[in-house]
Every structure is written in C-alpha cells, then in structure tokens.
Design a protein around this ligand. Sequence first.
Ligand code: ADP
Ligand code: MG
Length: 224
Amino acid sequence: AEEMLIRSEKMSVAGQLAAGVAHEIRNPLTSLKGFIQLLQSGIKRKDEYYKIMIDEIDKIDTITSELLFISKPMTDEKKLEKLSIMLNDVITLLRSQAKLFNIEISLCMDQDQLIYCDRTQIKQVLINLLKNAIEEMKDGGTIEVVLTNNEDYCSISIIDEGPGIPEHILHKLKEPFFTTKKDGTGLGLMISYKIIENHQGNIEIHQNEDKGSTFKINLPVYST
Ligand code: ADP
Ligand code: MG
C-alpha cells in the first residue's frame, strides 16, 4: 500500500504541473501565431517582430527544460544548492500561469542561502505551495515569497491573499486525499511535509492578520 501511495503522489504532482504548463506554452504559441499572421500580411517593422518571436520561443524553451528536469523520477541526491536559484527557477515556471489569474509573484531576499538538499524535491515543495496559493486567489492579488535567515535555520514564507484556512480543517491538511477542491488530489501538502521532514525541516502555517495564509518552510542551513 505504501508503494502504491508513493506512485500516485508522483503522478498527481506531474498531473497538476501538466495543466499549468499547458497554459504556459499556449500563451507564447498564441502570440507567435499572431506575429506570423502579421508578417504574412506584409507589414513593416519586421525586425522588431522577429525579436519578440525569438523571445517567445525562448520562453517555451525554458519551460520545457524545466519540465524535463522536474519530471525525472524522485531521487534523493542531496547536494549544496543555492536557494536563490531554486526560487527563481520555480517562480519563472509559475509566473505566467499566475498572470492569467491576475496574480503577481514577488520575491524578497536580502541574502542567499546554501541548503544541503535534493533540489528536485525542494522545487516540488515550492511548486506545490505556490500552486495552492494561486488556486485560492480567485480575485487575483500578490503572492509574496520572503526568505529570512537566522543562525541555524532559513525560512521561506509563501504569503497569499486567499481566503485563509478555516481553523477546523487545519489538522487535516497533511492527510492524504484531503481536498476542498472539485478536482483536487489532496496530495500536494502531504508530499511537501514528507519532503521537508526528509530534510530535517518543518512547515508552519499561519493566518495572516489582514488576509490569507502563510506557509513557512524552515530548513537547516549549511554551516562548516
Ligand atoms: P489540493 O491542492 O489537491 O486540494 P493539497 O494537499 O495541496 O491538495 O491541499 C489540501 C487542501 O489544503 C486544499 O484543498 C485547501 O483546502 C487547503 N489549502 C492548501 N493551501 C491553501 C492556501 N494557501 N489557502 C487556503 N487553503 C489552502
Ligand atoms: Mg495542492
């Protein structure tokens, strides 16, 4: 049973990701098609259009390489990784999908941090939490990703402007298959908790004072 559960976890993340990526690739494709039609109609300013078209192709290229990386089977290869690189990769992947829902993702970090981790797994956690935030923010808004450090731990806070989490379901979030969404899998948070525990860290959930909730990932920092 344990093994089946693990297999379905992997699939669900891939499935969730697939939907987002389909959106992301469709955007630059639509734009490319528009420019090709403009060029067909014999318009001037060709060089300007070519440049935009190449940028759009680059976007698709970034997304597909990121996907290929993430879709590799779950490994457990811990190395020293820069948090800034992992955060930037994930935010780049999700930013255009977020834009479709009028959501901005902002990143705030004073100081980079080295983490001894499996970067595929940590990226998976960041994707799960950001996707949850996006899915709750039906009216758009801003998701803030804030990195803070103290001596032993560094924390990544994902602060959303969604409806927040009702007190009475808080204890259920970690349970597999608990979802309040029509097409949810209820596996994202369970996987995320497992991964962070596998890295000797923990996840805190807070209610924001004004609006929404904060998922705070605490991870031990590398020190010599
Ligand atoms: P899924 O996203 O498939 O529902 P998750 O394990 O990722 O599964 O999340 C479980 C549930 O936790 C969600 O259905 C939702 O009710 C709640 N939840 C998770 N993140 C948030 C959030 N940022 N704001 C409000 N509720 C959340
Ligand atoms: Mg989820």
